[in-house]
Design a protein around this ligand. Structure first.
Ligand SMILES: *Cc1c(COP(=O)(O)O)cnc(C)c1O
Ligand SMILES: [Zn+2]
Length: 410
């Protein structure tokens, strides 16, 4: 076991690896899992890890668990990495790859992290998983709870896309819809968890164990490219857990000597709700909340990312990164361009392509770069904006002659 404990990112205090903690007991800041990299370096071979059965858990030495028998998995991770030449032309870069995370078990990136949270719930002996969510986390938590034979409670904004809450309820979650946008739901939910009045395992925003699952992006992308990392990785960002933890993952690989350089990271948000982009461009160290405007990218419409947002900013600065807000029109156009490559992506995931295109147009990305865009959710998860863009004719063929006649006109 190389997981050695939790360290507070604020006061630096460390805690034993078997502690059931969310925030630092001393100062309420975020906790970060720590590992014995020195020990790992001599005992683990990157190519041996790469050859293990697919999925997030092949990297178990780099994940914060103590009991491998507790692992709750649905086969998450190792999603397709695809080179897309037409999209490269659209975005304006030489070489564009996408990481198609809609292929995860419940259709979004959330499975990468929830698999770890569910495993910790089993280790700690909980019987109920809970979270607040813009929808994808809710369906993921519900699925992993079902898989583990546990129950789940999920809190979502009232206008969460129907496929996401349908999935959650289908998996047996108690769904609580809340009048308010995500950051409002989040503030109330945090208060509820902090009150100690519920005995649920919180898989929401501040769970330090759940965070670690997102490092698998870095591991997979590095391995996908034969341990030669691409120049740039572009991610849709809500609080930025995926971005901050991808950064941690790449740094770990460098520390282990498995890769020799780090990529630049880019955060993309919806322009109408872009606290991280705004604070980054203003050079702030802490994210200032924004007033949420209307956006189609509901999965990433967090107006107040809190402490996690500060970590995201730090990762952006450290990686020499950039950040971009895109309009709904740009997100929808990117979604349609993805469709031309056979990729079915929800608008919140398609923003990565839209953001890259804007950065190239503004000469903030060198067109000679090799770039990976992470597509975080499947089109099935937010089907309405897609359904609005297709016309299904109402003609019905009644017999063979009609089929033949119609076919001769195609
Ligand atoms: C949750 C989510 C994200 C990003 O969330 P982070 O908290 O920033 O990691 C991006 N896209 C989709 C579709 C999501 O559901
Ligand atoms: Zn602390």
């Amino acid at each position: 076991m190389f997981f050695t404990g939790l360290r507070c990112v604020g006061c630096g205090e460390t805690h034993q690896p078997d502690r059931d903690l969310l925030l630092c007991p001393a100062c309420d800041n975020l906790l970060d899992a720590i590992y014995d990299y020195e020990g790992m370096r001599h005992r683990i071979d990157r190519d041996a890890v790469a050859a293990r059965p697919h999925g997030v858990w092949r990297w178990h030495e780099l994940l914060p668990i103590l009991d491998r028998d507790a692992i709750v998995t649905l086969g998450e991770g190792d999603t397709p990495i695809l080179r897309c030449n037409r999209l490269a032309e659209y975005a304006g870069v030489r070489e564009l790859w996408v990481k198609s995370d809609g292929s995860n078990p419940t259709g979004s990136l959330k499975d990468r992290s929830v698999t770890v949270a569910a495993t910790k719930a089993v280790e700690f002996g909980y019987s109920v998983l809970s979270c607040d969510s813009t929808g994808n986390k809710a369906s993921s938590v519900a699925a992993y709870a079902a898989r583990a034979g546990l129950s789940s409670v999920v809190f979502c904004p009232q206008d969460t896309p129907l496929p996401k809450v349908t999935q959650a309820v289908f998996f047996g979650a108690r769904l609580m819809r809340v009048d308010g946008h995500y950051s409002e739901v989040n503030a109330m939910y945090r208060r509820l968890i902090k009150s100690g009045e519920v005995k649920w395992y919180d898989c929401g925003t501040d769970n330090p164990f759940r965070y670690e699952g997102k490092k698998s992006y870095a591991y997979e992308i590095a391995q996908d490219f034969g341990w030669k990392v691409p120049d740039r990785v572009v991610l849709p960002v809500n609080g930025g857990m995926a971005l901050a933890k991808s950064w941690k993952g790449f740094k770990e690989l460098k520390e282990l000597g498995w890769i020799d350089r780090l990529p630049t990271l880019v955060a993309v948000q919806a322009a109408e709700c872009a606290p991280i982009v705004q604070s980054f461009l203003a050079g702030e160290q802490r994210v200032a909340p924004v007033k949420k405007g209307p956006t189609i990218s509901s999965a990433i419409a967090g107006a107040d990312p809190g402490l996690l947002g500060d970590r995201t900013l730090k990762a952006l600065y450290e990686s020499g990164g950039d950040a971009m807000g895109v309009s709904d029109d740009e997100a929808l156009r990117a979604m349609e361009m993805l469709g031309k490559e056979g990729l079915f992506v929800e608008p919140s995931g398609a923003v990565a392509i839209a953001g890259l295109r804007r950065l190239v147009a503004e000469k903030r990305v060198d067109p000679a770069e090799k770039v990976v865009c992470v597509l975080t959710g499947s089109g099935f998860k937010d089907i309405d904006p897609i359904a609005e863009r297709v016309v299904i004719g109402d003609a019905i063929i009644r017999n063979y002659d009609e089929m033949r006649a119609v076919s001769s006109t195609i």
